[in-house]
Design a protein around this ligand. Structure first.
Ligand code: IPE
Ligand code: IPE
Ligand code: MG
Length: 249
């Protein structure tokens, strides 16, 4: 068997130290439990979670992270009640409207992965506007995963590769990791360095399965609505203390 191509070595981050991750992803979990602990409806947890997004985005900007990818709604979250889904859709609309100016002020570019059309035309239109308005921003790329599932993303990439083969654009014998990676929705972003999950759950729940191949994983007991600057800095500190080997010695 031929050896796998060595993954690209991570480049140094903006502060030159190499210890700040360029690309951080977060599975924002624990909104429901946060609300339950307080005797509040789940929607109150999602509202508090939206405030945590705000704080975390600011922390990412302050630390010089280049890309922050947030898991906001999985393709499996449709299993929730229609009431909770409607609440989440309403909150996304409200916060997007409110925070578009913040994205502009902080020079943040919005990018989406997943399929946001499933949330209805109003949110899709609003997201389209935000994408357009922030397209030129350069300080941080905020990638929001909406109705996202990693297996579906990989299957769609394989489908596109198959079409290229069928069209004679690609030789099937030469199809490799690079061809597939080029068709992922994250193509063009720096390699994922750090993946954080809150709420004490230790699983990936169909998030960035391909991209996390050599990411450092940090699992935090903090419930997402309590996440902010301190918890983010703590995760970055853990990352800085890790020795990444990428299969080398
Ligand atoms: C994460 O919090 C938000 C979404 C998945 C949309 P949860 O709603 O999953 O909170 P828990 O896991 O029930 O506490
Ligand atoms: C993962 O959290 C999805 C998001 C955070 C958007 P879930 O709460 O849906 O994951 P499971 O069901 O506990 O695996
Ligand atoms: Mg959950």
């Amino acid at each position: 068997m031929t050896p796998a191509a060595a993954p690209d070595q991570p480049e140094q981050s903006r502060d030159g130290s190499g210890s700040v991750p360029r690309h951080v992803a977060i599975i924002m979990d624990g909104n429901g439990r946060w609300a339950k602990q307080r005797g509040l409806p789940r929607v109150a947890g999602h509202k508090a979670g939206a405030e945590a997004v705000r704080r975390t985005m600011q922390a990412a900007v302050d630390h010089g992270v280049e890309v922050l990818t947030l898991y906001a709604f999985s393709s499996e979250n449709w299993r929730r009640s229609s009431e909770e889904i409607a609440d989440l859709t309403g909150l996304m609309r409200f916060y997007l409207e409110r925070e578009l100016a913040t994205l502009q002020k902080e020079n943040v570019r919005l990018k989406l992965i997943g399929d946001c059309s499933a949330f209805g035309p109003d949110l899709a239109r609003q997201l389209g506007k935000a994408l357009e308005r922030t397209a030129g921003n350069q300080r941080l790329t905020l990638v929001v995963a909406l109705n996202y599932g990693s297996r579906a993303e990989i299957a769609a990439a394989a489908r596109r590769v198959a079409h290229k083969v069928a069209a004679g654009e690609l030789d099937p014998h030469t199809v490799d990791e690079h061809n597939l990676e080029c068709e992922l929705q994250t193509h063009g972003l720096p390699e994922l360095d750090l993946l954080i999950r809150t709420s004490g759950e230790v699983r990936l729940s169909n998030f960035l399965l391909w991209q996390a191949a050599y990411a450092e994983l940090v699992f935090s007991d903090v419930l997402w609505p309590d996440f902010g600057e301190r918890a983010f800095a703590d995760a970055l500190e853990q990352f800085a203390g890790r020795q990444r080997r990428f299969g080398g010695r």
